[in-house]
Design a protein around this ligand. Sequence first.
Ligand SMILES: [Zn+2]
Length: 328
Amino acid sequence: MKNLFKVLFASLLLMSCSAETYSASLEATTPDPAASMADFCKKYPRPVYKNLKRISYASNWFELYQVADGVTAIYEPHQWQEVISYLIEGKSEALLFDTGNGIADIKKVVEHLTDKPIKILNSHTHYDHVGGNYAFDNVYGMDTAFTRDRQQGHANKDIAIEVSQEALCKPLPQGVSVQNHEGKPFKVKHFIKHGHIFDLGERQLEVIQVPGHTPDAIALIDRDAGLMWTGDTYYAGAIWLYAPETNLNQYSKSLQTLINEIPNFKALLPAHNTPWEQPEVLNRVQAGFKTVLNGKAVKKSQGEGMMEYTIPNEDNFSFLMRDEALPY
Ligand SMILES: [Zn+2]
């Protein structure tokens, strides 16, 4: 994974860099595609998907899985983010939780799945979760300065790497290229706050603000169904906590907020890699995070100012953090 982390990290930092810096850094950090393919693509298909009900849909980009009644995971398995968006349907309305990378047409997928009116909500506004927002007009967002800022999208120079050869296991959808891929601007129509309830008709979804990964990170919960969408606060894999907008102190508090909910839930539905995880894993994430802060985790430099912390005897997750003094 080393090369992959390196490039992703470079990509994230480059969001605020000039074009000149960008091309210089890109050149310096572009991995050998063969090595990258060996690392990332060989994970596919992840074993857990065998146990999920696949919905047939003709697409070279998305895979759809029905993970619970009225809940479809819209997975992008062939791009290194392995991002997962979710269509959640009630009796009268549907909510699309995240819109993916914006590489292929997620609106078409949603229209294939439902005729109900759609509301859009993002787990947070990093570029890999808001890519399709532009195609919808009923976008909800958290009332934060970070969210407002992210409406402007990302220029091609900032996210071209997400469609580069080393980021992919399959060819891009027709018409998308390294030269033209961009994060299109979008408009939040309704700004909401912690505690907001979406009533989709016989299905209520509650918004819980869990800042840390980003200032606008949320979890979405369906108490009746016992489901909690965790966004990037937790997913199985290397949890990214190194972006400039990440706040580790807040992250730690937000983990506790989610842990308080564990007795109410039967599954976590994260925004990357796998769409169905056991709620109890959050206790291990919290313990693991404390292990990192206590200096007892195994530390491995991933270059480019990034450190990966792994926890002894834990293979579900690790933490990717800035290579600097820990906050406690
Ligand atoms: Zn993400």
